[in-house]
Write a protein that binds this ligand. Structure first.
Ligand SMILES: Nc1ncnc2c1ncn2[C@@H]1O[C@H](COP(=O)(O)OP(=O)(O)OP(=O)(O)O)[C@@H](O)[C@H]1O
Length: 237
């Protein structure tokens, strides 16, 4: 399988602080499912930000889709970003728009003619099981419902990579299972999925997933090639 993402000796420093990420090197293979784990503050969100190009590294090489993403001209950033769907830790839904319009937003921003928007949005609403909530605004939705709208919005443009930051952080175990099922079904269609979580129980739910562990800004499994559970290891309770 081709490498869709490649990090080489990447470092990230916020301002004059010590490095938040140091010497991070790994590759992600197209079509694989990855968990990124680590304690709070280890650097998971920071690493994901580099991956979806909302943050530039302080040093090192990042290649996305076979191209150097660090020196990418600004004019090409939107095109690259469209190939990466992001589910943010805090959802970032637009509160005054309905669930339907939140999901439709990326299509409209990309200039899709209005008469072509309805079908994919309805398809997404059905996929995440929220047909009945199409007209509801985010503040009236539960955490799990908002998360499913956020996932639908992230994938409606059929991105090649889906990045999700703690997607099960605010939901009960049943909903967490359901969300993971959505990610697994996307992955089975060929999308490369990267899920950051500190919930080790989730990891065993996707047996084929590979695991990357980060500790105080350093990646412990640089190849990202470990399957879960790694030989001789069991997840912490
Ligand atoms: N914009 C920023 N400016 C300065 N420091 C930051 C910034 N963003 C993150 N940090 C610091 O970088 C470190 C890693 O943060 P990050 O959010 O990447 O960790 P995380 O593993 O995602 O944590 P959590 O699981 O709590 O979300 C933390 O010490 C944090 O305070």
């Amino acid at each position: 399988m081709a490498n869709i993402v490649q990090f080489e000796n990447v470092g990230l420093r916020y301002g004059t602080n010590p490095e938040t990420l140091s010497d991070v090197s790994f590759t992600l293979q197209a079509g694989s499912f990855y968990f990124l784990t680590g304690t709070s503050g280890a650097g998971k969100t920071s690493l994901l930000k580099l991956l979806y190009l909302s943050q530039r590294p302080s040093r090192g090489v990042i290649r996305l889709f076979g191209e150097d993403a660090v020196t990418l001209p600004r004019s090409r950033l939107p095109g690259f970003r469209r190939r990466i769907g992001v589910v943010f830790q805090d959802f970032r839904l637009v509160p005054h728009l309905s669930a339907y319009d939140n999901i439709a937003l990326p299509l409209r921003v990309a200039g899709m003619p209005e008469d072509e928007v309805d079908e994919p949005v309805r398809e997404m609403l059905a996929w995440v099981g929220l047909n009945e909530r199409a007209g509801a605004r985010p503040p009236t939705l539960s955490g799990g419902e908002q998360q499913r709208i956020a996932i639908a919005r992230a994938v409606i443009t059929r991105p090649e990579i889906l990045v999700a930051d703690e997607p099960t952080g605010n939901v009960d175990p049943d909903m967490a299972e359901r969300l993971l099922h959505l990610f697994a079904s996307l992955n089975s269609l060929g999308t490369t999925v990267v899920v950051a979580t500190h919930d080790l129980h989730l990891l065993s739910r996707i047996p084929a997933a590979r695991m990357m562990r980060i500790d105080r800004g350093r990646l412990l499994d640089p190849t990202g090639a470990l399957r879960f559970p790694p030989p001789g290891e069991t997840p912490a309770p």
